[in-house]
Design a protein around this ligand. Structure first.
Ligand code: DOR
Ligand code: ZN
Length: 344
């Protein structure tokens, strides 16, 4: 049995830091483990311009603890009125690593998102020409579509069309939750990849709805049925370069989750690597973990792999039931559970 695992330092290819005091307290959890992270732009107001992206990056860098090597990779929030020239400038100057498309009202702080995907085809055209990565929240927002079908429906209504119309545009289908998404990504060319969160590898929708409503297992896209979870586990641990780590860590205070209208999002950052590793261990795929966590993402984003290494050891780790940020309680992913690996 393998008891230690040394891999190149990983990156988190999708997460939310928020801003202000909360951001300053959550950044260290990520910087402890990851060398880089793709930072989502769904602030209020959202990060829609190069100027806003550069300023947000500076605020994050100021929150990185002394002596810790961590680089935030910024994304531009696409709207119906995104200026392609500004986006191209932001990418060329190194402020933006990617642009993020939220369908309007699909999730937290997405009201300013794109109202009709086809509206921003001119922006995709420019992104393809400039080789800027497009990150997509892939859910339709049509109220007549069942929430459990929104990802599958997005593939059929929009994603197939985008990928066909822009065959050289690099697309990351973010936080996939269905076997339909796995199949779509596998059938597409090498310019299409996906991130997978730890929660979607660990839980199915029962974890949210059985034995009382479980707000700390609620995120968007919502966890689906068990068949989908198994397809995601197979994809993540398969060794395919098309799948890589993206926690979608999305901090919301305990009181905002445990509410009559609880926020979507799971605070996965504190024990992210330990959480993923439990899955790879259960699937007897420890040898595939470095690819998923540290190699596939940089290859897709055309960035160098990290030179540093980290070591994880088999050891019991008790995840606290709550953590404190900004003087308030926040519930981490795996709250109150034991995990079997520990980051040195
Ligand atoms: O659960 C989620 N929370 N999904 C998202 O897409 C956004 C995120 C957030 O910002 O809280
Ligand atoms: Zn997200």
């Amino acid at each position: 049995m393998t008891d230690t695992l040394t891999i190149r330092r990983p990156d988190d290819w999708h997460l939310h830091f928020r801003d202000g005091a909360i951001m300053r307290e959550v950044v260290p959890y990520t910087a402890r483990q990851f060398a880089r992270a793709i930072v989502m732009p769904n602030l209020t107001p959202p990060v829609t311009t190069t100027e806003l992206g550069a300023a947000y990056r500076d605020r994050i860098l100021a929150a990185v603890p002394e002596g810790v090597n961590f680089m935030p990779l910024m994304t531009c929030y696409l709207t119906d009125t995104t200026d392609p020239d500004d986006l191209a400038r932001g990418a060329a100057s190194g402020v933006f690593t990617a642009a993020k498309m939220y369908p309007a009202n699909a999730t937290t702080n997405s009201a300013a998102g794109v109202t009709n995907v086809e509206n921003i085809y001119p922006v995709f055209e420019r992104m393809q020409a400039e080789d800027i990565v497009l990150c997509i929240h892939g859910e339709v927002t049509d109220h007549s579509v069942d929430v459990f079908d929104r990802e599958k429906e997005f593939i059929e209504r929009h994603l197939r069309g985008i990928v066909a119309a822009f065959p050289r545009l690099r697309v990351v289908f973010e936080h996939i939750t269905t076997s339909d998404a796995v199949d779509f990504v596998l059938d597409a060319g090498p310019q299409v990849a996906a991130t997978i969160t730890p929660q979607h590898l660990h839980i199915n929708r029962n974890a949210m709805l059985v034995g009382g409503i479980q707000p700390h297992n609620y995120c968007l896209p919502v966890a689906k049925r068990e068949t989908h979870r198994l397809a995601l586990r197979k994809a993540a641990t398969s060794g395919s370069p098309k799948f890589f780590l993206g926690t979608d860590s999305a901090p919301h205070l305990k009181k905002d989750k445990e509410s009559a209208c609880g926020c979507a999002g799971i605070f996965g950052a504190p024990y992210a690597l330990e959480s993923y590793l439990a899955v790879f261990d259960e699937e007897s795929a420890l040898d595939k973990f470095e690819g998923f966590a540290s190699l596939n993402g940089p290859a897709f984003y055309k960035l160098p792999v990290n030179e540093e290494t980290i070591t994880l050891r088999r050891a019991e780790v008790a995840v606290p039931p709550v953590l404190e940020i900004v003087g308030e309680e926040i519930v981490p992913w795996h709250a109150g559970q034991m995990l079997g690996w520990k980051l040195d």
